[in-house]
Design a protein around this ligand. Structure first.
Ligand code: HAM
Length: 430
């Protein structure tokens, strides 16, 4: 890639740089909400023994090719480039492959239960809820084939949505069968759609060439009737896969997590076998209502160089989950960045000392700058949305006191000595 010479601008204000298409700046208070979401997720999955893993943001491209050469993620959406040493590198479009590659490399003990949070990159058509850089939180559990592990990961995602306050989430589950069942089903779909190829939309005819399963995802009008009458996955399940699926749904029933079985849920990545699932937010438009998804990927670890090790997991889209929270009016942003605002009109170092003392006990405190007038500083205190102001004028400075004023309610104000400040702030913030 050639980098052209920088363009010369006459003044800085001639040009405002903007974030690249499909990326966003997440400013406060959205950033605070973001962090709170990840924190809450780590608590939910941490309580089930999942430990954090932080995979690299890029890998050798071959790692992601395991997601399926025929998937859109690999064929069309990968951010891939040659590095300076000629290696072909790709920014991660998801983290399952990276986590499993890390598992293959380090061989931690089994079961290996890991969680992660961070950005992924897909060159998609950007729109509301669909970005080129988007964040996920997720878990991967490697080792057991136990269907109750599938139910555990699904339940954890469900409990997490509940904890955020979301009430309008629908869980769809399906089984894609064993790797062999899946191949038989794909062959049947291939034969079925090929027989009526001319009735399919142009896009679906192209999809049929590379991945007949994905034709089932088409929402185009001409395809609807054919898709409705297409062979159904449940008819291709081996006894073993059917028993596994029954055990997953049985465990979800036992724990009281509601779901619908959706025989056409195929998902966009090729590593899935047996259980697949998706969470749809009813409060969002159909185009971006998938707020999370996952499933079993029993062959992936072996493909990435580990001994045969089954795995199951999910990833939830942070951006879309927060959009769903907006629609349902839950998990709102914090009201204020600080609890206390120091107003120092005495012209000395009072604010320097007071902010430091108050921070040392763990309260959040800010102050005004540039020796503004008392009036201007009080305005800044209001703008900060802090609950309390600590005010020092010449009189207070001379007397060794401060005024603690309630900025929100009608709690009035009181004058206290220096050694009473922390106690007073704590009592008023309670
Ligand atoms: P996925 O369905 O590709 O699965 O992505 C999971 C979630 O990430 C989606 O449901 C959606 O909320 C969010 N997401 C995906 N693409 C975008 C985008 N362009 N903009 C905003 N949000 C997006 C996976 O990634 C698998 N690794 C999940 C998994 C984990 N399976 C097993 N373990």
């Amino acid at each position: 890639m050639r980098v052209s010479a920088p363009v010369a601008f006459t003044t800085v204000s001639d040009h405002v740089f903007r974030a690249p298409k499909g990326t966003r700046d997440i400013l406060w208070p959205d950033s605070a909400r973001w962090r709170a979401l990840v924190e809450s997720f780590s608590e939910v999955v941490g309580s089930a023994g999942y430990l954090e893993v932080i995979p690299p943001m890029f890998e050798h491209i071959e790692v992601f090719q395991r997601l399926g050469e025929a998937t859109d993620v690999v064929r069309k959406e990968m951010y891939a480039f040659e590095d300076k040493a000629g290696r072909v590198i790709a920014l991660r479009p998801e983290q399952t492959a990276s986590v499993v590659r890390g598992f293959a490399q380090h061989r931690p003990g089994l079961p290996y239960k890991a969680w992660y949070a961070g950005p992924n990159f897909r060159y998609e058509r950007s729109q509301k809820g669909r970005f080129r850089q988007f964040d996920q939180v997720g878990v991967e559990a490697l080792g057991p084939t136990d269907p109750h592990l599938d139910a555990e990961v699904i339940t954890l995602a469900w409990r997490f949505y509940e904890r955020l306050g979301l009430r309008r989430v629908r869980l769809l589950v399906n089984s894609l069968g064993s790797a062999e069942d899946r191949v038989r089903y794909i062959d049947a779909l291939q034969a079925y759609f090929s027989a009526d190829r001319d009735a399919l939309s142009e896009e679906s005819r192209a999809t049929l060439e590379v991945n007949p399963l994905r034709v089932l995802d088409s929402r185009r009008e001409p395809d609807a009737a054919l898709i409705d009458a297409a062979p159904q996955m449940p008819d291709f399940l081996s006894d073993d896969a059917a028993a596994h699926f029954a055990s997953v749904t049985g465990a979800l029933d036992a724990v009281g997590v509601p779901y619908s079985v959706s025989p056409r849920l195929v998902r966009g990545l090729d590593y899935y076998v047996r259980t697949t699932f998706e969470f749809a937010a009813e409060a969002l438009d159909a185009a971006q209502n998938a707020i999370g998804g996952g499933g079993r990927y029993d062959g992936l670890a072996a493909e990435l160089g580990a001994p045969e090790t089954p795995g199951v997991g999910f990833a939830l889209g942070v951006d879309r989950t927060l959009l769903a929270c907006d629609s349902e009016g839950v998990f709102g942003p914090p009201a204020a960045a600080v609890d206390v605002f120091v107003v120092d009109a005495s012209g000395g170092t009072e604010a320097v000392v007071l902010t430091d003392q108050i921070r040392l006990v763990g309260l959040r405190v800010d102050r005004a700058w540039d020796s503004r007038s008392m009036k201007a500083q009080m305005k800044a205190a209001d703008r900060s949305a802090a609950a309390l102001a600590v005010i020092v004028g010449d009189d207070e400075k001379a007397a060794g006191t401060v005024i603690v004023r309630d900025l929100r309610g009608d709690g009035g104000q009181e004058t206290v000595t220096r050694d009473q400040i922390i106690e007073t702030l704590r009592a008023r913030l309670r």
